[in-house]
Write a protein that binds this ligand. Structure first.
Ligand code: REX
Length: 399
């Protein structure tokens, strides 16, 4: 056993927290998370324009937490890892879980035409439920046009309440981008159709499914689906959207209905909950057996073969050889990465509270390597911090 003393900044004071961890940092055989590297990544994201950033890694009951910068730039409130935020497309994994549970219950067939379950048919009868879940339907992504101009596009929809059909109609006004099944083409439309499909088949609102099938069983108390309500409750990070003219000030984009994304992107959560959720997901506690295998069966989606998509689930192969499962998210004001090891024993969530800033998004993605592959040996040290803090040991939570 190795004993590490790590200082934790707490409201103007530092206390020493004692963390006892096994000599092997993880039963997955991975190196320990490198919190210094995570901090460096987050500070780089801040230098590129993010007001704040957070990362929480949960590994076998030990949590590693790194925060940088501000949760609220007007109030000058510091970021902390307990804060809620808009998860964007991480929501797609929740929608996928609901669909696959309905498949397990015999109410939906994965390879059946989606039109069998929809109130209004899609233009191509060969689009299956599986095509929607794997972004292979060819349905055009309506959000490309909606946010062609970033801030005007956002302001035009931030208080709108769309029906599923209104969003689907925006997509189907355009031709399919590929023959159904023929190619991967990421599109929010797929998961809007799936939201409509879930409600059509069950007669139950999507939010109720999320709550009863996922949030409540996993005790995700910081996770909610409040569409079309625009506010985030509890302790949260404000989101700041960068205008296309990057010389203009950031736009506070925290409050919005997210109706433009709903079943494709409107879940609110925090890092602790997303970590618990992703672990439970790959451990088969939400979707079981063959269906979980289907969900996690990955197809490469980028040129170098390091990124993959399954059914509403992404995977990334990292430099130390591990493949991690989860999803990324982009919502006005928030970039998110939420991933876990195949055994679910180590999960990480990173968030930066800005968007429309590709540099920040790319930079933030480097927390994956630092969290799962480490990079420097963990040393016994006491760190005094001012602009950020780290917390190791679950007993010293700071929310
Ligand atoms: C819409 C525009 C982004 C955001 C989007 N988000 O489609 C979905 C998502 C829900 O999370 N997808 C990503 C805006 C790709 C994912 O899976 O990780 N950009 C912004 C613009 C650009 O308006 N003109 O950056 O906030």
């Amino acid at each position: 056993m190795r004993i590490r003393y790590v200082s934790v900044a707490l409201v103007g004071a530092s206390i020493a927290a004692l963390a006892v961890t096994p000599a092997t940092a993880s039963a997955t055989g991975l190196p320990a998370p490198d919190t210094d590297a995570i901090r460096t990544v987050q500070e780089a994201a801040l230098s590129q324009g993010a007001p704040g950033a957070l990362t929480r890694v949960d590994d076998h009951g030990t949590s590693y937490r790194v925060v940088s910068g501000k949760a609220d730039t007007a109030a000058q409130t510091r970021m902390d890892t307990g804060r809620r935020f808009r998860t964007g497309s991480v929501s797609k994994t929740f929608t996928s879980v609901v669909v696959l549970q309905l498949v397990a219950e015999g109410r939906i067939e994965l390879d059946a035409p989606a039109n069998e379950y929809l109130p209004e048919p899609l233009p191509d009868h060969t689009i299956t439920v599986r095509h929607l879940l794997s972004h292979r339907s060819g349905l055009y992504d309506f959000s490309n046009d909606m946010f062609y101009q970033t801030v005007p596009g956002f302001e035009a929809v931030r208080n709108r309440v769309f029906s599923y059909q209104e969003l689907i109609d925006l997509s189907t006004a355009r031709p399919l981008t590929n023959t159904p099944g023929a190619a991967y083409s990421y599109s929010n439309t797929n998961f809007v159709v799936l939201g409509q499909l879930i409600e059509q088949v069950t007669g139950v609102p999507l939010g109720t499914h999320y709550q009863e099938r996922i949030f409540t069983p996993l005790n995700l108390r910081n996770t909610s689906y409040v569409h079309p309500r625009a506010a985030i409750s509890g302790s949260y990070a404000r989101g700041y959207l960068r205008p296309d003219d990057a010389t203009l000030p950031l736009v506070d984009s925290t409050e919005q209905t997210v109706s433009w994304a709903q079943s494709a992107g409107a879940v609110i959560s925090n890092a602790e909950d997303l970590n618990r959720y992703m672990s439970a997901l790959v451990q088969g506690r939400l979707v079981k057996g063959d269906l979980l295998e289907e969900m996690m069966r990955m197809v490469p989606v980028n040129a170098d073969g390091s990124q993959f998509y399954g059914l509403g689930l992404r995977a990334r192969k990292l430099s130390c050889g591990v493949t991690v499962y989860g999803h990324t998210g982009t919502m006005q004001g928030y970039y998110t990465y939420a991933f876990t090891t195949p055994d679910g024993e180590r999960s990480m969530t990173s968030m930066a509270n800005t968007s429309n800033n590709g540099s920040v998004n790319t930079t933030l993605g480097a927390t994956l390597e630092a969290s799962f592959c480490g990079s420097t040996p963990v040393t016994t040290s006491t760190k005094h911090v001012s602009t950020f803090y780290e917390e190791i040991a679950p007993g010293v939570a700071r929310h």
